[in-house]
Design a protein around this ligand. Structure first.
Ligand SMILES: Cc1ncc(C[n+]2csc(CCOP(=O)(O)OP(=O)(O)O)c2C)c(N)n1
Ligand SMILES: [Mg+2]
Length: 396
């Protein structure tokens, strides 16, 4: 008698093989499994359990050179301090729209993007300002963008990381969760047709990984063996919904099995682990082996945006991540313990970052707001133009 309880993957394969002649090899036996059919999850870079109260550091097995380590430190500090300045501007009502922090998640964005080559592509989400900086975007552009200034990258038409630079391989994300996965898949298919050797890194949240677009994009990338690396930022919340209330898997990396691709779990608060795991995935993708899913385990220490007071967060939860698992504290400890930098050297880097932030936020604050009529240019359809603009814009 047929019993679901005892049915194993092998039994299923045999049943299919008997029913479908195309599934048989020439000798009539079942066809060999495609590599990747079974679940392949690497936990080499996963978070390690530590004794309570102990401050964490980073993994020491790294190919990064001393000057690269300091560059990573600079990007981490730049991300955190730029965001702090944006909050400051927001409280002065100089920011248009919401402010989305990556506080506590900076290592995921910085470490992973640092593993890319300049001509590779990224598409970030709101928690990936660090990756945007690694891609060569300057703080002044971010400040001007947040303040909707005319000299910001989108000329005041959109906000925060919603802009793009094709020549820098920075694909501007739209707000719709999940949709950038099929977009990046399409970009990589196009690049392959043009014989370009590039990989694409797409970021998505735990919430975004529950959308239909995510599944369709991943599936198509996997079957085409496209060099797509997807980092799922598992930060415990989507708005106020805990991850356990919107997915039944324990580790989001397990979703890789549904696409027949390898999955990795990485400690998202260890910048070195994030760099190393992404480098490994890039090697896999560049060698023609296809798509990889990486789950970065991290924590969103701020609310969804500045207006969110986090009243749904259990007491004491944020404190652990702040005191023992802050990605910058961990990296500082690592650099000093490994004698890769002195405290003075790190202070010097921070002072230089502050100098750049002051200069760039002054520049952005003093730059103009867009002229109203520019709203009708650079858009999909400008046939409906407000009457007051018509003589100036369309009839001249
Ligand atoms: C398709 C879609 N549904 C809902 C939203 C509204 N929305 C914006 S961000 C967000 C939560 C995202 O959570 P997650 O993907 O975990 O990313 P995180 O904010 O934690 O980085 C939601 C529901 C949206 N932008 N797109
Ligand atoms: Mg989330």
């Amino acid at each position: 008698m047929f019993s679901w309880g005892r049915l194993t993957t092998e039994d299923t394969e045999k049943t299919i093989a008997m029913a479908d002649p195309k599934q048989q090899n020439r000798k009539g036996g079942p066809r060999r499994r495609r590599p990747g059919f079974e679940m392949r999850i690497s936990t080499k870079y996963a978070p390690r359990k530590v004794a309570e109260g102990r401050t964490l550091s980073c993994i020491s097995d790294t190919s990064l050179k001393p000057d690269q380590l300091l560059e990573l430190y600079r990007y981490l500090k730049l991300t955190r301090l730029v965001e702090e300045r944006i909050v400051n501007l927001y409280r002065q009502t100089k920011v248009v729209g919401g402010v989305y922090r990556s506080l506590g998640q900076e290592a995921t964005a910085v470490g992973s993007a640092y593993a890319l080559r300049p001509d590779d592509f990224i598409t970030p989400i709101i928690r990936d300002l660090g990756a945007v900086f690694v891609k060569g975007i300057r703080p002044r552009e971010i400040f001007a963008q947040y303040m909707a200034k005319a000299w910001g990258p989108s000329g005041g038409k959109d906000l925060n990381v919603h802009f793009g630079y094709m020549d820098k391989g920075f694909i501007g994300p739209i707000s719709h969760l999940g949709d950038m996965i099929p977009v990046m898949t399409g970009i990589l298919l196009g690049a392959r047709m043009q014989k370009k050797d590039v990989v694409g890194l797409a970021y998505i949240g735990d919430g975004g990984a529950s959308t239909g677009a995510f599944y369709e994009g991943m599936n198509f990338a996997a079957v085409q063996r496209l060099p797509l690396i997807v980092i799922v930022e598992s930060n415990h919340y989507a708005y106020s919904t805990p991850t356990s209330m919107q997915t039944a898997v324990r580790n989001l990396a397990e979703k890789a099995a549904a696409f027949g691709i390898p999955g990795y779990i990485v400690d998202g608060n260890d910048v070195i682990a994030c760099y190393e795991v992404t480098s490994q995935a890039i090697k896999h993708a560049r060698a023609g082996h296809g798509t990889v899913l990486i789950e970065a385990k991290t924590y969103r220490r701020k609310g969804h945006a500045e207006h969110d007071d986090q009243r749904y967060v259990p007491e004491g939860e944020i404190e652990y991540w702040e005191k023992q698992n802050d990605p910058i504290d961990r990296f500082e400890k690592f650099l000093i313990d490994q004698k890769a930098a002195t405290k003075e050297k790190l202070d010097e880097i921070t002072a230089d970052v502050m100098r750049e932030i002051n200069e760039d936020s002054d520049w952005a604050e003093s730059s103009p707001m867009p002229e109203p009529e520019t709203a009708v240019y650079g858009v999909f359809d400008n046939s409906i133009v407000p009457p007051a603009f018509r003589p100036k814009v369309l009839e001249s």
